[in-house]
Design a protein around this ligand. Sequence first.
Ligand SMILES: [Zn+2]
Ligand SMILES: [Zn+2]
Length: 339
Amino acid sequence: MKQAILTKPETIELSEVEKPIIKDNEILMKIKNIGICGSDIHAYYGKHPFMSFPIRLGHEMAGEVVEVGSAVKNVKVGELVTAMPQEFCGECEPCRSDRYNICDTLEVIGCQTPGAACEYFNVDASLVKKIPAGMSAQLAATVEPAAVGVHAVRRSGSVKGMNVAVMGAGTIGNVTAQAAMAEGAKSVLITDLSDYRLELAKKCGIPHVANTGKISMKEAVKNAFGDEGADIFFECIGIGATVNQAIECSKKGRDIIIVGVYGSNPEINMAWVQDREFRLIGSLMYVDKDFQDTIDYMSAGKINMNPLISKVFKFDEYPEAFKYIEKHKNESLKILIEM
Ligand SMILES: [Zn+2]
Ligand SMILES: [Zn+2]
């Protein structure tokens, strides 16, 4: 079968390899779509702190089940599925408290173990989720990033009835804003420096958008929520400046959820965090319930990933897809590969 390996920075090599033989607890997926995500791009440039070469990428996937192991009960041959890319121990303290997304020895498929950038992919059936009828393989490959948003909006408990401010309208910011709507937020504001990304957020039904290159975060919050202000902030960019903006614009005693991935260690206004009793809460990936609920939200039209799919490349064009992203950074939200 064909596979794609990231062998060194900016080099993806297509090669032929034996089709995998599945274990009793595994299924074999004939891959239909995989997604390229921000972490893949970091890896592509050799800038991902927890990834090394060579690696077969692909942690966002959709495919048809073509073989099931003798112990597999949850899926059948012929079904369209996606899989959670988390390999966890099940024994450490986070795992024992159902927080396996932060397992002490977590390995992410396509990051630390071989991913789905291949024709046939074998995966443990417990990680596999059935895709409901009517949902395409392209959309199925976007469940993974969408689930990051669903998990994020649950980190503070519930956003029900809240005015929610999301900073950053890339894929993760967008899905966080949509997840907040799906989980009963009163209203949602999303901010970015790119009008293009804000337009996409509008298309996804986010009620308030603001370009914080043109107006201040304070003004954006005021325009969206009036005197009520924002009840919770989600930082989905990964830079100190926006964390500090959230700290400056938040009502006292509120939560700021850190969803963005930080390339460096910024200086944060901790004096205000202490004085105003803010809580800074991290958010990483998702757990099973977040993932299943994401599928259900997408199937019910409560999370709409269609506007986020910027372009679809054929598998043979996998290296070109990365070149395209380099040239079209602002207009590339979700780039998919199709087999
Ligand atoms: Zn991803
Ligand atoms: Zn564990």
